[in-house]
Design a protein around this ligand. Structure first.
Ligand code: GLC
Length: 431
């Protein structure tokens, strides 16, 4: 029985080379449409940033906001691709904070910044780079209107508003007069910029964490929807690939989407990113339970409640840690744990393969025949910590490019999202 069920799930979640090639084609069409300002599930947002030279210098503060943890960093850029982190602290953004009103939310951020500055005795004048990892329409490097929240954030009064103004107002309310906001960036842009600062071969930034997305440098002449002023021949584009919707879905994906806070939105993100993988697996486990395939009754409660199984737990199970014993839940049979592990594998394997297909689509958009070497900067817990995720990505890449996969280097870029904002801030004073 269980074997039959697992086989059925594995078939449903199979993402073949053929699926990848089809996806790459429609992904590239959506990219083109997005760049031209036509209807597209890829927003292709101009970032007002180009790749750095590597000689940018100075001390900066970076605020990195976009997942369950906000990070504040004091960064020293030494030039020649050298970066020193003077201080870094994580602040957890609990459910109560991410569903408040705009003023409470931004006051909370300003309070965290204030605590960080006190802790590190930083009372000098500091320029601040703000990484805000949500879809934002920018009209300059220092302004951006939030289109819509993603990843479960639901702070009221921010959609449709300029997030730089909102943060700046909170700084003023909290008397943070020695801070000056100078740059706003997406985490994908920050990650790309950080790796490029170190390695000029880098031409893509990818996030595989709570959410998923990517950025790459585009030739200005191809961004035909862009009517503003820009001083360089290239501009980094924030693809917002989480929104890609030309992709084959299972009934579990459909249901998850329907029940989510943003039905119809972020379809690819819901199949790939950390916020959702645990939930997909939970839905499958719930069905297994209803079909009488699970022995342990204790599991029922866990699998009944939406989002009660996190991707982090799934990842622990993948590494053979017994999360149930650790949380004091006893009596779960090995057989049930094995089923959960297998389902986790199926779901995370598809996620990794879709991520590789998306990377391949962007690479061949930039370099049709893959003539050059490409370094892809990747940050996020899925890529960094989920057992087998990177290997699954590598396998898909080899299937897509049997003879050229060795030209593609997936490179973990830690804290790139925040550090990148500091580099962008520095580059503003150097061009
Ligand atoms: C979501 C956001 C996007 C961000 C990504 C990774 O997809 O919309 O802006 O880059 O998560 O954090």
């Amino acid at each position: 029985m269980i074997d039959g069920f697992l086989k059925e799930i594995a078939n449903m979640f199979d993402f073949t080379r053929k699926d990848a090639c089809e996806m790459m084609r429609s992904f590239q069409i959506e990219m083109e449409n997005g760049l031209k300002g036509r209807k597209s599930s890829l927003k292709m947002l101009p970032s007002f940033v180009r790749r750095p030279k590597g000689n940018e210098k100075g001390d900066f503060l970076a605020i990195d906001l976009g997942g369950t943890n906000m990070r504040i960093l004091a960064i020293r850029l030494l030039g020649q691709g050298k970066i020193e982190t003077i201080g870094m602290r994580r602040f957890s953004l609990g459910k109560e904070i991410i569903s408040k009103t705009e003023d409470v939310f931004f006051d909370f951020i300003a309070d965290c910044v204030s605590a960080f500055l006190n802790e590190h005795k930083l009372d000098v004048f500091l320029e601040v780079g703000f990484t805000f990892s949500f879809p934002v329409i920018q009209t300059s490097i220092l302004s951006g209107v939030l289109v819509s929240w993603t990843k479960g954030f639901a702070v009221k009064g921010v959609e449709g508003h300029d997030v730089v103004t909102l943060l700046d107002k909170a700084f003023k309310r909290k008397g943070l007069e020695n801070l000056k906001l100078v740059a706003l960036a997406n985490d994908t842009v920050g990650t790309l910029v950080t790796q490029s600062y170190i390695n000029p071969l880098c031409d893509m930034g990818v996030i595989l964490g709570t959410g998923t997305n990517a950025a790459y440098p585009e030739r200005l002449e191809s961004i035909t929807k862009f009517k503003g002023m820009w001083y360089s021949e290239e501009m980094i584009i924030n693809i917002e690939w989480g929104g890609f919707d030309k992709i084959k879905m299972t009934k579990y994906d459909e249901q998850l989407d329907k029940d989510s806070e943003n039905p119809g939105g972020q379809r690819m993100e819901k199949m790939v990113s950390g916020r959702y993988l645990g939930e997909i697996a939970r839905r499958i486990m719930k069905e297994a339970f209803e079909k009488g395939l699970l022995g342990s009754k204790e599991l029922k409660d866990i699998f009944l409640k939406p989002y009660s199984l996190t991707t982090e737990q799934l990842s622990l199970i993948a590494s053979d840690k017994n999360i149930f014993n650790d949380s004091g839940i006893e009596g779960i049979s090995d057989k049930d744990i094995r089923l959960l592990k297998e389902i986790g594998q199926i779901v995370s394997k598809r996620a990794a393969r879709i991520a590789s297909a998306a990377i391949a689509a962007v690479l061949t958009h930039m370099d049709k025949e893959l003539k050059l070497e490409h370094v892809i900067a990747i940050d996020g817990s899925l890529f960094e910590k989920y057992k087998g995720f990177k290997e699954n990505m590598d396998t898909m890449m080899k299937e897509i490019f049997p003879n050229q996969a060795d030209k593609i280097h997936l490179s973990l870029t830690h804290d790139g999202s925040g550090i990148g904002a500091a580099i962008i801030a520095a580059s503003l004073s150097s061009h």
